[in-house]
Design a binder for this molecule. Structure first.
Ligand SMILES: Cc1ncc(COP(=O)(O)O)c(C=O)c1O
Ligand SMILES: N[C@H](C=O)CCC(=O)O
Length: 429
C-alpha cells in the first residue's frame, strides 16, 4: 500500500502538533504503525490522502450511524451555514433538537447542549454535586467519560491503550474525590455505595462499556445500581455518549428499561459535528444557571451547524425500521464473526450488542477491566495491520469498539468477514 503522502503529512504534523495528532489513539502507536491521513469519506468508505480506500468500522468513533456525508445531513449543514455559523444567542434549531431528544430519551425532561462528550460528563457531575451537596464521584474501572480531571482514574480508551495509569497535571485533591470500582461486580458496588464514610454524590456509568472494548453489563448489575442509588439518594448518571441513539432511539436506557437521573450524550446527536449534551429530570436540570446556581456555559453551545446536522441525522434514524434493520445486519455480522473466532488459531472472544462489537484476543469471557486486560494487544496489532492492508479500517486499539452503520451493506460486511478469516490465519503467536 502506498502511504507516501500520509507519511509526509505525519512528519509535518509532528512538528506542530503533539504526537502529530489531535487525540492520542489516532496516532496508532499500540498497533505498530503510523496513522493514515484521511482525504474524504462517504457512506461506509474512507479514502486516505494516497488514494487508498477502506471499509470503515470506526465511524468517527460512533457518530456516523448513517455513514459519512449522508446527503440529508450534508444538505442540512449547508443550509444552516449560509444563515451564519454561530450567533452566541438562542436560535430555533436548538429548540427543535432539544424537544426531539427529550421525546426520544425516556428519562430526559430537559437538556443542555455543550460541545463535546467531555463537557457533558463534566457538567453532569457538577450538577450532581450541586444537587446533593456531596463530593465523591463513583465510576467503573475501564470506563471512559472524557478527559476532565475527575475521570482520569483507571480510565478506558486512550488511557488504557497508552498504559497511562492516571495523568500528571491532575491534582491529588481532585482524584481523591473519584472512586473507581470494578464493572459488573454487584458485591463491591453494594459495599461501596453503602459505605457511610464516603460522601457519594453520583455514580457515572457507561450502560454498555465501549472504552475497554465493548463490555456488556449484566442486567442484574445495572438494576442493582439503579435500586441502590435511588435508595441512598445518589444521582445515577448514564454516560450514553456512545450508546445514545445507537442501541435504540432512546439509547441503552430504553433497551434495558432502566432509567438514570441524568444522561450524557454526544456523537450521534451532532451528526458528526462537535456536540455534547446532558439532561434529565426537571427538578435537577432546573438547578442549572440561569434557573439555578450551578454554573455552566459555552460560547459555541447550541451551535447552529451542529444542531442542523443532529436534527437531520435524528430524523433519519426515527424512520420506521431503522433500528430493526441495523440490528438484523449487526446480528448476522456478529454471528459470522463468532464462527471465525471459534475457528481461529488463537483464542478470541467476541463481545457484541447491537451495532457495537469488539474482538478480544483472549479466551474470555470479557466482563470487566481485569478480563479485558488479559487480551493480547500485540496480536490485535497484527490483526489490525492485516485488515488495513486488506482494505478494512478498524479502531487502532484493542480497547475500543467497532461500529456497524446503516451504510454498511451485506457486501461490505462479507468483505470484512473474508478479510478477518484470512487475517486470523496469518496471526503469529
Ligand atoms: C462514553 C464516552 N463518554 C465521554 C466521551 C468523551 O467525549 P468527547 O471525546 O466528545 O469529549 C467519550 C468519547 O470520547 C465516550 O466514549
Ligand atoms: N474512545 C474514544 C471515544 O469514544 C475515542 C475517541 C478519542 O478519544 O479520540
Amino acid at each position: 500500500m502506498k502511504t507516501d503522502r500520509s507519511a509526509q503529512l505525519f512528519t509535518q504534523a509532528k512538528t506542530y502538533i503533539p504526537g502529530g495528532v489531535n487525540s492520542p489513539v489516532r496516532a496508532c502507536r499500540s498497533v505498530g504503525c503510523d496513522p493514515l491521513f484521511v482525504h474524504k469519506a462517504s457512506g461506509c468508505m474512507i479514502t486516505d490522502v494516497d488514494g487508498n480506500e477502506f471499509i470503515d468500522f470506526v465511524g468517527s468513533w460512533g457518530p456516523m450511524i448513517l455513514g459519512h456525508a449522508h446527503p440529508e445531513v450534508v444538505e442540512a449543514i449547508q443550509a444552516a451555514a449560509v444563515q451564519g455559523t454561530s450567533f452566541g444567542a438562542p436560535s430555533p434549531l436548538e429548540v427543535e433538537l432539544a424537544s426531539m431528544v427529550c421525546k426520544a430519551v425516556p428519562s430526559m425532561d430537559k437538556i443542555r447542549f455543550v460541545n463535546s462528550g467531555t463537557e457533558a460528563t463534566m457538567s453532569a457531575i457538577r450538577l450532581a454535586r450541586g444537587y446533593t451537596g456531596r463530593k465523591v464521584v463513583v465510576k467503573f474501572d475501564g470506563c471512559y467519560h472524557g478527559h476532565a480531571d475527575s475521570f482520569l482514574v483507571k480510565a478506558g480508551s486512550g488511557v488504557i491503550t497508552l498504559g497511562i495509569p492516571g495523568s500528571p497535571g491532575v491534582p491529588e485533591d481532585i482524584v481523591k474525590n473519584t472512586l473507581s470500582i470494578p464493572y459488573n461486580n454487584e458485591e463491591i458496588l453494594e459495599q461501596t455505595l453503602r459505605d457511610t464514610n464516603l460522601d457519594i454524590a453520583c455514580v457515572i456509568v457507561e450502560p454498555v462499556a465501549g472504552n475497554m472494548g465493548v463490555v456488556v453489563p449484566n442486567l442484574g448489575f445495572l438494576r442493582k445500581l439503579r435500586e441502590l442509588t435511588r435508595e441512598l439518594g445518589i444521582i445515577l448518571i448514564f454516560d450514553e455518549v456512545i450508546t445514545g441513539f445507537r442501541l435504540a432511539l432512546g439509547g441503552a436506557q430504553e433497551r434495558f428499561g432502566i432509567m438514570p437521573d441524568l444522561t450524557c450524550l454526544g456523537k450521534i446527536i451532532g451528526g458528526g459535528l462537535p456536540v455534547g449534551a446532558y439532561g434529565g429530570k426537571r427538578e435537577l436540570m432546573e438547578l442549572i444557571a440561569p434557573d439555578g446556581p450551578v454554573y455552566q456555559a459555552g460560547t459555541l453551545s447550541g451551535n447552529p451547524l451542529a444542531m442542523a446536522a443532529g436534527l437531520a441525522m435524528l430524523r433519519v434514524v426515527q424512520r420506521p425500521g431503522f433500528y430493526a434493520e441495523l440490528e438484523a445486519k449487526s446480528d448476522w455480522f456478529g454471528a459470522e464473526m463468532e464462527k471465525l473466532a471459534a475457528a481461529a488459531p488463537v483464542p478470541i472472544s467476541v463481545n457484541r450488542i447491537g451495532s457495537l462489537m469488539t474482538c478480544f484476543f483472549t479466551r474470555g469471557p470479557v466482563t470487566d477491566f481485569t478480563s479485558a486486560m488479559t487480551a493480547d494487544a500485540a496480536l490485535y496489532g497484527q490483526y489490525f495491520r492485516h485488515m488495513l492492508a486488506g482494505g478494512i479500517w478498524l479502531a487502532p486499539s484493542q480497547f475500543e469498539a467497532s461500529f456497524v452503520s446503516a451504510a454498511h451493506e451485506r457486501s461490505h460486511l462479507q468483505k470484512a468477514l473474508d478479510m478477518t478469516e484470512s487475517s486470523f490465519k496469518k496471526l503469529m503467536v
